[in-house]
Design a protein around this ligand. Structure first.
Ligand code: ADP
Ligand code: MG
Length: 261
């Protein structure tokens, strides 16, 4: 596993949908090994920003860089291959496969062997497969799924599917992680586990994280800093405590105060 964190730099990003300015001249930076919260009321443009970073939405203007590499114009799968992992609100795992197989598929994809070499099953490929399997088992242990390796993924509870998705992203070689409201639908214990896991990944692998989250308790606990979007613009940035005490931020949230702010 490649484990060094990468920086993410967004510069002057703008996107319109018809007449709606979803993002206007948005800039932000996530340094290697930092966890940055992205907060703001509904419709602020948070998901649009993540979509631009991951290549799903093409911005009208601006640049996105992962380390030295410009991501603009690349396909989402190419961007994943460059080390940008994304955990979606709805886990993107294959329901019919076991937990172990789902992880092995991810580990395997990052090996980069040709289809022909895999079909022939050369010794190098077989060795690589054995390695993919042991990596998959190690990651399953790391995310807390070691006891359900053989379970069909479709029968896993929702919270565990999220953990599986996080494991999959680790195996795909993520250096920078985008999390879009990762705790939606999780219970207290699962939230605690996911929070610990994100901190542990940053500590051990230096992973960088951009976290979209409405739960301000979690933002305070995990994030080194936070950026606040409102109506497509950055209105504040600083430590979580600073931005959550900022009158402009409180105004933006009026009528929609987040849980335990
Ligand atoms: P958030 O994730 O902060 O709630 P979004 O990024 O989803 O906000 O949305 C920002 C704005 O852009 C909203 O006004 C939303 O209605 C609009 N929007 C987002 N995606 C599309 C789209 N594909 N087509 C048209 N409008 C969109
Ligand atoms: Mg959203």
């Amino acid at each position: 596993m490649n484990t060094a964190g990468a920086s993410l730099a967004v510069h002057g990003l703008s996107v319109s949908f018809g007449g709606v300015h979803a993002l206007q001249d948005v800039s932000l930076t996530v340094e290697p090994g930092r966890i940055v919260g992205l907060i703001g009321p509904n419709g602020a443009g948070k998901s649009t920003l993540l979509n631009c970073i991951s290549g799903i939405t093409r911005p009208d203007a601006g640049e996105v860089r992962l380390g030295e590499i410009v991501l603009n114009g690349r396909r989402p799968d190419q961007i994943v291959g460059l080390g940008l992992g994304r955990v979606f609100q709805h886990p993107q795992v294959i329901a019919e496969l076991s937990v172990l197989d789902n992880l092995q598929v991810a580990s395997h994809r990052s090996l980069g062997y040709s289809v022909v070499a895999e079909m022939i099953g050369t010794p190098a490929v077989r060795r690589a497969e054995a390695r993919a399997r042991s990596e998959a088992v190690a990651v399953a242990e790391r995310v807390g799924l070691a006891d359900c390796l053989d379970m069909r993924t479709g029968s896993l509870p929702y919270g565990q599917r999220k953990l599986l998705e996080l494991g999959r992203v680790i195996l795909l070689g993520a250096k920078m992680l985008l999390l879009d409201e990762p705790i939606a639908g999780l219970n207290e214990e699962e939230i605690e586990h996911l929070g610990r896991l994100v901190l542990e990944l940053r500590g051990s692998s230096g992973l960088s994280v951009l976290l979209v989250e409405h739960n301000m308790g979690l933002v305070r606990r995990l994030c080194d800093s936070a950026v606040v979007l409102d109506a497509g613009q950055v209105i504040a940035e600083g430590t979580p405590d600073e931005v959550l005490a900022d009158p402009r931020v409180l105004m933006a949230y009026l009528g929609e105060l987040p849980a335990d702010a």
